[in-house]
Design a protein around this ligand. Structure first.
Ligand SMILES: N[C@@H](CCC(=O)N[C@@H](CS)C(=O)NCC(=O)O)C(=O)O
Length: 216
């Protein structure tokens, strides 16, 4: 059985959870409370020396980290349903849409960056939220420009890791109160993605640790 090391609010873990659900791969989740610094514990650092979730392990599998690397591994080991297009150009486009949030926006708002902004520059919670909202908004601008009018998916109306990433971006957009009104293409794709049961079940707000979820 695979074990997904997670935190309920983690957008990178959300990406992996969606892909596991879509591919029907059974997994158990082990939660680490980022808000209390559980990811800095020596035991956790053995799993991921970078001190971040997600990490995926199981059986003889060396712990895998980085949501894109985990999704690529899943694609190779559980190819159905495919989450990457069959053509090289399509794969490059879909990976670039994935990285738009996973490499360009999301890394700027994670707890370690917020903590550094607070410690080094005296940023408070209000400033931290404004900072995060800015980067999520920048991501929306870039997504909106790359989605087709009337689309329900990011690329060629076929579900891919780009959709997985966009869903995670939209959770951040909602969390930091970014107005979606200027981004109708993103809003339309997002509405259609969140209606997919595997996306809906993976949503951070439904995970153990989330404010309205009863502990087991
Ligand atoms: N690029 C990594 C992001 C990993 C990451 O930063 N995860 C966040 C949660 S979404 C984390 O654990 N942050 C811990 C911290 O910033 O201290 C991925 O895509 O997996």
């Amino acid at each position: 059985m695979l074990i997904l090391h997670s935190f309920w609010l983690s957008l990178a873990t959300y990406r992996v959870r969606i892909a596991l659900n879509l591919k029907g791969v059974p997994f158990e989740e082990r939660a680490h409370d980022l808000s209390t610094g559980a990811h800095h514990a020596p035991e956790f650092k053995k799993l991921n020396p970078a001190g971040a979730v997600p990490a995926l392990e199981g059986g003889t599998l060396k712990p895998l980290t980085q949501s894109l690397a985990i999704l690529e591994w899943l694609e190779e080991t559980c190819p159905d349903p495919p989450l990457l297009p069959h053509d090289s150009e399509g794969r490059a486009i879909v990976r670039s849409l994935f990285l738009l949030t996973a490499a360009d926006a999301h890394p700027l708002v994670v707890p370690r960056v917020q903590a550094r902004l607070a410690r080094q520059f005296g940023s408070d919670e209000v400033a931290g939220r404004a900072w995060s909202a800015h980067w999520f908004r920048e991501g929306l601008v870039a997504y909106e420009a790359q989605l087709a009018p009337g689309a329900t998916r990011c690329h060629r109306e076929v579900l891919s890791i780009a959709d997985v990433a966009l869903a995670s971006h939209l959770v951040g957009v909602e969390r930091f109160g970014v107005d979606l009104a200027e981004f109708p293409r993103v809003a339309a794709v997002g509405a259609s993605l969140f209606a997919i049961p595997e996306f809906a079940a993976a949503h951070p707000r439904l995970q153990r640790g989330a404010p309205d979820v009863q502990p087991d």
